[in-house]
Each structure stands twice: as structure tokens, then as C-alpha cells.
Design a protein. Structure first.
Ligand code: HJL
Ligand code: ZN
Length: 163
């Protein structure tokens, strides 16, 4: 059932499968959950919204629009007990120079209480993703939901040239 960690990660993987394959990023899916109400607040997948957009970023953009606030002030209008599920851990650096999703999660640290990830980021684009350390230092645990690693990696890298 979607009410448990595996259920939400499966939903995030279903989102990732909608992402158009590209050699320069991963196909990622994310689900933002109000864990107190056990309700899904938003879903997102890489490139769902126009521009070079990430799955997690998309969840926040959608909610900001829904609440009529800029993404930076989303923390003021969101419920206080959220969980972010993302198939690949949030980025700590983006080769495009856009704001990493770890920074976007940190802005919502009062609401997002935990981040659930399917896999850590491979080192294809960024040698070392420092997101888990950064988030946990801010009091946001990053928890690995096991069992989807092969499927998530296959979907994430579908646009990459196979060696
Ligand atoms: N967690 C996560 N969600 C995404 O939706 C996505 N595309 C990535 N990808 C991480 C990867 O490190 C960056 O995609 C590259 O660093 C290129 O950066 P851009 O995406 O062009 O800003 N990671
Ligand atoms: Zn990102």
C-alpha cells in the first residue's frame, strides 16, 4: 500500500519512468508526503516542468504555485511533518549551476522531517554527493529504502550511452 515507505518509493519510481531520457542527467522520481495525514502533497519527475528541472525541485515548484507563494517561502505554508521520497538522493551539486535540491530541502527544514532515497547518486556527473551529510547535520535523516536499487538505476541511466 502506498502508505508505507516501499509503497511511496514504488510511486516515486513510477514517476521516474515518465522522465524523457537524457545523457546529461538522471531520470528521477519524487513524492512529497504529509506523513501525519499520510497524504501525497506532490509528485515530480526530472524534466516534468519546463527548463532543466529536477524531480524534487518539481514537487516544491508545484506546491509553491498551488499556494501562490515563491518557492523560497514555501516553508511558511506547508504542514509541519513532511517526508520526501526520491529514487536518487537529492543533488548536492549540479553541473548546470542551478540550485541543488539539498539546498531546496534545507529551506524547508522546518517541515521536511526525513528524506527517503532509493539509491545514492552514482559518480557519473558529480564525484561525491555530500547531501546525506549536509541534511543529517541539519537534523534531517536520509534513510535508504531498500529493494529498488537495480530498477531505480536502470531507469535513472536509461538515457546514458552504455559503455
Ligand atoms: N536527485 C536528482 N534528481 C534529479 O531530478 C536529477 N536530474 C538528478 N541529477 C543529478 C546530477 O548530478 C545532475 O543532473 C547533473 O549534475 C547535471 O546537472 P543538471 O541536472 O543539468 O542541473 N538528481
Ligand atoms: Zn536536484
Amino acid at each position: 500500500s502506498p502508505g508505507d515507505h516501499e509503497g511511496y518509493m514504488r510511486l516515486a519510481l513510477e514517476q521516474a519512468q515518465k522522465s524523457p531520457p537524457k545523457p546529461t542527467n538522471y531520470r528521477v522520481g519524487a513524492v512529497l508526503v504529509d506523513s501525519a495525514a499520510n497524504e501525497i502533497l506532490a509528485t515530480g519527475y526530472t524534466l516534468e516542468l519546463p527548463g532543466n528541472t529536477h524531480a524534487e525541485q518539481t514537487c516544491f515548484t508545484k506546491l509553491a504555485r498551488k499556494h501562490g507563494v515563491p518557492e523560497e517561502s514555501l516553508g511558511e505554508v506547508l504542514p509541519a511533518e513532511l517526508a520526501l521520497y526520491t529514487t536518487v538522493e537529492p543533488c548536492s551539486k549540479r553541473l548546470s549551476g542551478n540550485l541543488p535540491c539539498v539546498e531546496r530541502v534545507l529551506r524547508l527544514a522546518g517541515s521536511i522531517r526525513a528524506v527517503y532515497v532509493g539509491i545514492t547518486e552514482p559518480d557519473t556527473f558529480v564525484a561525491e554527493n555530500t547531501g546525506k551529510r549536509t541534511l543529517e547535520a541539519a537534523g534531517i535523516p536520509v534513510i535508504h529504502v531498500k529493494g529498488f536499487e537495480r530498477e531505480i538505476l536502470e531507469v535513472a541511466t536509461a538515457g546514458h550511452v552504455k559503455e
